[in-house]
Design a protein around this ligand. Structure first.
Ligand SMILES: Cc1ncc(COP(=O)(O)O)c(C=O)c1O
Length: 348
């Protein structure tokens, strides 16, 4: 039967669940859902399609209307793709602290990228996006509060996980949160369909917003009214902004997290590197962080447990970040020695 995709948007989702072989301890089965298989290489492609199609269906987004969103990058890249494919102009508002690759990818996809000062953190970029939407009549996708974000994960990510583990146990599902869309959307389906699955929510050990128990101040629309006092900057781009998003709070209210696990930034970077070198899976920093959390779960899980962790994006997006700090562009001593081990085509 012919299988001709009518647009790139039909390639979003259906990402593989892959066994982690060499990094996992013996006696348990560790798996990863590898979201870099999405067309623009992150879990956020799902959200982008979900929120745009929900807004088209409700009439909130009109043909040709400009779409605007505040994002640390992956949502912006996903929205830039979806808007390009569907013909909407897109403006991304982004704090200057996020990686340069992300800005350039969005601009390559035809988006406008408006930067906000790092000192004003995640809430600064959100307020700027709101201002722009109000001033110009643009459609603000509101990824941190938009139910369509969680719904898309219930309809796609969760269903794919259930299919992957059909006839198998799923003892633990491990995730972080950026908006909480993955947590709320997948979590509520697992609770219903797999009540035995324990849901482990990871957050940075130096930004333990959820475990602090301190409530997030919000405006009436659910958006953050202030930075959370437990926030401090961490290397896991895309994880834990400087506030507890509404969708994350909803998920906690529904008791969708059985345990909250702190993850250290250095452990996250090391796990990402080891994942590449020991498993051949090239994933980003938040993926390393989720994997580091999953390895903590493995250490105490009952023998025979099946553990699934989310790997939200590709490592290629982090070349200008600490993830690549120890990765030189020039030949090191060992490489020079290999070069000198034969007589020709050398630099000396
Ligand atoms: C790199 C990365 N990891 C993890 C996440 C978390 O996903 P979610 O927004 O569904 O909580 C995001 C998105 O915010 C992300 O960009």
């Amino acid at each position: 039967m012919a299988d001709l995709k009518q647009s790139v948007l039909e390639t979003i989702g259906r990402t593989p669940v892959i066994r982690i072989n060499r990094m996992a301890p013996k006696g348990v089965n560790l798996f990863a859902k590898v979201e870099s298989f999405n067309p623009l290489s992150s879990v956020k492609d799902r959200l982008a399609l979900g929120v745009i199609e929900a807004a088209e269906a409700s009439g909130d987004l009109q043909p040709g209307q400009t779409v605007v969103e505040a994002t640390s990058g992956n949502t912006g890249i996903g929205l830039a793709m979806v808007c390009a494919a569907k013909g909407y102009p897109f403006v991304c508002v982004m704090a200057e602290s996020f990686s340069v690759e992300r800005r350039r990818i969005m601009r390559f996809l035809g988006a406008k990228v408006v930067l906000t000062p790092a000192a004003q953190k995640g809430s600064g970029m959100i307020n700027k996006a709101k201002e722009l939407a109000a001033e110009h009549g643009w459609f603000l996708t509101r990824q941190f509060e938009n139910e369509a974000n969680a719904d898309t994960h219930s309809r796609t990510t969760a269903v794919e996980i259930l299919e992957a583990f059909e006839g198998e146990r799923l003892d633990y599902w491990v995730t972080g949160y950026g908006t909480g869309g993955t947590l709320k959307g997948v979590g509520r389906v697992l609770r219903k369909e797999r009540p035995e699955t324990r849901i482990i929510l990871c957050e940075p050990d130096n930004a333990q917003l959820v475990s602090s128990g301190v409530e997030q101040e919000r405006f009436d629309d659910g958006s953050p009214a202030a930075s959370h006092p437990s926030f401090s900057p961490h290397p896991m781009q895309g994880w834990t902004p400087d506030f507890i998003p509404k969708l994350t709070e909803d998920a906690l209210g529904l008791s969708l997290a059985d345990k909250v696990l702190p993850v250290n930034g250095r452990d996250a970077l090391a796990a990402s590197l080891n994942l590449a070198r020991q498993e051949g899976i090239f994933a980003g920093i938040s993926s390393g962080a989720t994997l580091a959390g999953a390895l903590q779960v493995c250490a105490t899980a009952e023998p025979g447990s099946n553990i699934l962790c989310m790997l939200p994006d590709t490592g290629e997006r982090y070349m200008s970040t600490p993830l690549f700090e120890g990765i030189p562009a020039d030949m090191d001593d060992a490489e020079l020695e290999i070069s000198r081990s034969t007589p020709n085509y050398r630099f000396d």
